[in-house]
Design a protein around this ligand. Structure first.
Ligand code: SF4
Length: 368
């Protein structure tokens, strides 16, 4: 039998408020392309009285490759709370002009006309006084900033490098591979035999994709986190390598030494995909260039040793493919320079081995 108190609780105003919280007019699809890049997590968007009241991860993404888990759930807490920013009292809805000293936090509301005029006047003054380079367009990733980027290009003002600002993709990938990301998609992480988390904390910063790293451990993969602190990503790794801040280069060099000494490197990969076969002059430790060898030759022509014939051979400039040449990684030869003098040259790999002599694991351990 339901008691009076129970009936009161079940029909009380507080429970109505709770029930109202979970009522909506419609549910649509949405995403965010502003908090992250590329983002695009599929979200169910709950709308009430014309306002978004709640967002929730969609969880609808299909399996792409049999045996590889789907990408669900994609999303992060920033995305899940994004709709609250729309109606937050902190959201700025009109132009504000600084009314005190910089940093004092004093602002006054001005009209859009005044804001545009003030900004345009300041830009014109800057261009007249110091040229368009004196104005900087801060690169931001959202599609809505496209027109600003075009305006900046038309004016001839520099745009900052987004990689160094929001850092949702790693410039090292781009510089090394020429690609935004060298994997097909993040679910590929599942297939990794070994994942090195280094200079990163994806449990915090790559929330929508991190689960593929965690799942790779159920596929036989191992995860190593190199971080000075016992970070959230360290907690979920098989191994945590706690290097001292700023010393992980020593750790990496000792890893290189062990890999090279034990012959564990992929020789074909090193020959084709790195600059380690390119020749370095022993007299000045700089790359041997076409302009060193022949009058009128290019500055950006590099060389390697054809390991079969033991002769100097120009490295191809338009491709990384080694074709029918076997670039030597070790040894040295004498080369005649354009002034008739002779210089000994060696592959950069030899130089690397020399440098690695200082990084026996025991020596590196003392540093890091
Ligand atoms: S990562 Fe977060 S902010 Fe970015 S699209 Fe996904 S849920 Fe939205």
């Amino acid at each position: 039998m339901v008691t009076k108190t129970e009936r009161k609780i079940a029909t009380g105003a507080w429970s109505d408020r709770y029930r109202d919280k979970w009522k909506w007019d419609k549910v649509t699809w949405g995403s965010h392309s502003v908090d992250c890049y590329p983002g695009g997590c599929p979200f169910r968007v709950y709308v009430k009285d014309g306002k978004i009241m709640r967002e929730e991860q969609g969880g609808q993404l299909p399996v792409i490759q049999p045996g590889v888990p789907d990408m669900n759930p994609m999303g992060c807490q920033k995305g899940a709370s994004w709709c609250h920013i729309h109606t937050s009292p902190d959201r700025i809805l009109h132009p504000l002009k600084r009314a005190g000293e910089r940093g004092e936090g004093k602002w006054e509301q001005v009209s859009w006309d005044q804001a545009f005029t003030d900004i345009a006047d300041a830009m014109l003054d800057a261009i007249q006084d110091q040229g368009p380079e004196s104005i900087i367009n801060l690169m931001t990733p959202e599609p809505g900033a496209g027109p600003a980027r075009m305006f900046s290009t038309a004016l001839g003002t520099p745009t900052t490098d987004g990689n160094s600002e929001f850092q949702d993709f790693s410039p090292g990938f781009y510089i090394t591979w020429g690609k935004f990301n060298p994997v097909s998609s993040m679910d590929d992480w599942f297939l990794a035999e070994l994942t090195l988390i280094w200079h990163a904390n994806p449990v915090y910063t790559n929330i929508h994709w991190y689960h593929s790293v965690a799942e790779s451990r159920y596929n036989g993969g191992e995860v190593i986190t190199v971080a000075p602190d016992y970070s959230p990503s360290a907690i979920h790794a098989d191994y945590h390598v706690p290097v001292r801040i700023g010393t992980d280069a020593a750790f990496a060099l000792s890893m290189c030494k062990v890999i090279i000494d034990a012959g564990l490197y992929d020789k074909k990969f090193v020959q084709e995909q790195t600059d380690l076969p390119l020749l370095i002059r022993k007299d000045n430790l700089r790359f041997l260039r076409g302009s060193d060898v022949s009058e009128g030759d290019r500055d950006d022509q590099f060389f390697w040793i054809d390991a079969r014939a033991r002769v100097l051979a120009p490295a191809p400039r338009g491709t990384l493919a080694t074709a029918d040449v076997e670039p030597a990684l070790e040894g040295s030869i004498m080369v005649t320079l354009k002034d008739g003098s002779q210089v000994e040259v060696m592959p950069a790999f030899e130089r690397l081995k020399e440098k690695l002599q200082d990084y026996e694991p025991e020596a590196a351990a003392k540093i890091c």
